[in-house]
Design a protein around this ligand. Sequence first.
Ligand SMILES: NC(=O)C1=CN([C@@H]2O[C@H](COP(=O)(O)OP(=O)(O)OC[C@H]3O[C@@H](n4cnc5c(N)ncnc54)[C@H](O)[C@@H]3O)[C@@H](O)[C@H]2O)C=CC1
Ligand SMILES: O=C(O)[C@H]1O[C@H](OP(=O)(O)OP(=O)(O)OC[C@H]2O[C@@H](n3ccc(=O)[nH]c3=O)[C@H](O)[C@@H]2O)[C@H](O)[C@@H](O)[C@@H]1O
Length: 442
Amino acid sequence: MKNIAVVGTGYVGLVTGVCLSDIGHDVTCVDIDEQKVEKMKKGISPIYEPGLDELMKKNIENGRLHFTTSHKEAFKDAEVIYIAVGTPQKEDGSADLRFVEQAAKDIAENIERDGVVVVTKSTVPVGTNYKVRNWIKSLLKKDIHFDVVSNPEFLREGSAIYDTFHGDRIVIGADNERAASIIEEVNKPFGIPIFKTDIHSAEMIKYASNAFLATKISFINEIANICEKVGANVEDVAYGMGLDTRIGPQFLRAGIGYGGSCFPKDTKALVQIAGNVDHKFDLLEAVINVNNKQQVKLVEKARNRFGSLQGKKVALLGLAFKPNTDDMREAASIVIAKELVKDGAFVAAYDPVAMENAKRVIGNEIMYANSIEEALHDADIAMIVTEWNEIKNLSLDTFVRYMKTPVVFDGRNCYSLEEVAKHNIEYHSIGRESILRSVVSI
Ligand SMILES: NC(=O)C1=CN([C@@H]2O[C@H](COP(=O)(O)OP(=O)(O)OC[C@H]3O[C@@H](n4cnc5c(N)ncnc54)[C@H](O)[C@@H]3O)[C@@H](O)[C@H]2O)C=CC1
Ligand SMILES: O=C(O)[C@H]1O[C@H](OP(=O)(O)OP(=O)(O)OC[C@H]2O[C@@H](n3ccc(=O)[nH]c3=O)[C@H](O)[C@@H]2O)[C@H](O)[C@@H](O)[C@@H]1O
């Protein structure tokens, strides 16, 4: 078992650190955010991620998981150092490597041991691992040997722990066998297939995978838009397509597009990576454009239905970019709320977990309700943005009972059309026929 340091304790760093300690390694997680570190030392996760708190507590108690704000302390005995800091997008869409460069500097200034393997988990453009090597090399005080390895992360928020233990593959990109086999050994207890390749290919696998998944989503959303016009049902279409094992059933859920901290930024970054070598990535640009349009689909449908949204009360159900996370980064709800406010609507929003983050991102132009019922109270329109179980399992009578006029725009196809048809609700979803009622006047 290895002595491991993890730099950055966001969704990826913290989950990685906790899971590596759970399979037996001695792990120290270092973060520059003192408040986060104080919380984590007490076994409290600063992010909402199912199962994380329990696993953190367990491994703190058994003495294999530590937290610190000191890079020196974290790297003292480290044989392997993971970089898991953020790589947000710059204004032009390219990846901002500021935090990775700083992490490299922190490593250069604090490593003591010969033979350390520096592993980049952050999603970084092709060539970055070599930059990391140069940044470290240029600042090393002593002549210490170290290697760099690319080990991109494929976990999903909301199921991050499950994904770490049950992922489809672990990719290791290295340019020497010693470093590759050390990281292979570290990961062996997970029992997940390991694919070893060169550094550039590993870096590209990450972007290509996210871009491909985003492409599937934009593709099915375009099919959904056509289904609405030709009278087909996108769920049956996706099911029928997915039966072909060459296509597969996953990531064919039509809706109001992809959000989150990765697909939006990674697709844009890949367009930039391609642009840097004079390749115009037409397909991916279209995927991004389709997604941008899809995010405002519900507002567009409501505008068409009502003419004007001025003075209407709109209940926004779900704010996080997907269920089971408190992450608001690039959530469709942000764009939708902005558009509704612009149209003069009064927005009452509810999310079971992401409310505090949402307040910081969306601000006080909308009202935040304490329950679904409070959001729906006296509303003219309900818009479903995130398919939380609490929303999916809602008794449909609730819309009838609380709303002024039960007109529902469902961006995540939470309910079957058969079920909705049993209630006195006007219902518009994505890629399926609308259910119209005479209960509402325009
Ligand atoms: N969020 C996700 O689901 C996934 C993210 N990724 C990639 O992983 C990387 C990290 O993403 P998140 O975990 O979402 O980021 P995050 O923004 O949630 O967390 C980054 C953390 O790094 C800390 N940090 C920054 N500079 C530091 C330094 N010099 N020393 C110590 N700590 C430092 C920050 O304080 C913060 O806590 C990104 O490149 C992202 O694209 C990859 C797969 C999944
Ligand atoms: O690089 C990353 O950060 C991660 O990005 C995604 O994970 P994540 O963003 O956490 O969540 P997903 O479940 O992939 O959902 C992303 C977005 O796509 C949307 N989506 C997903 C699937 C689908 O069929 N339809 C659809 O609209 C979701 O609502 C959500 O807004 C990838 O699935 C992970 O493999 C990857 O590691």
